[in-house]
Design a binder for this molecule. Sequence first.
Ligand code: IDP
Ligand code: MG
Length: 156
Amino acid sequence: MERTLIIFKPDAVQRGFVGELISRFERKGLQIVGMKLTQISPQLAETHYQAHKGKGFYPGLVRFMTSSPVVIMALQGKDSIAICRNMMGATFGSKANPGTIRGDYGVSNSYNLVHGSDSPEAATRELGLFFKPEELIDWTPAVQPWVYDLTKGTPE
Ligand code: IDP
Ligand code: MG
């Protein structure tokens, strides 16, 4: 099982999409193992997006991400990183396919509703930035044997 870091960005929270977005991930079968409402500090936003430092959109991105509260989630599941990236859609709302979060809820290239880790290395780094170890909960959903085929011992 893999964990990934998801952020519902300020535009998603301001537009009242938190419940709907949580539902999408829940209904997919992903398990919530951490969740909080918080306002990100400029320092944390800069660290989180350090790979983009120097790009034209970076200062605006940091300003946007710190402008209003966000909801931060840790989601667990087999291949959860790739699954969430697919559910998010392409980076630009204008290009994202219908059926994806960015495709269904946004048109902007910068206000694109959601962040998701893009690799196992990024997920480990980002989960560590936004959650203390004790804020990530190990638990087994009662429905797990109906979400995955567990008959061979490992989830399929
Ligand atoms: P991702 O969120 O799909 O992984 P990245 O390329 O990592 O996309 O960019 C991080 C965030 O920076 C995007 O989600 C978006 O909010 C913002 N961003 C990326 N490229 C642009 C741009 O060309 N103009 C404005 N904002 C951008
Ligand atoms: Mg990215």
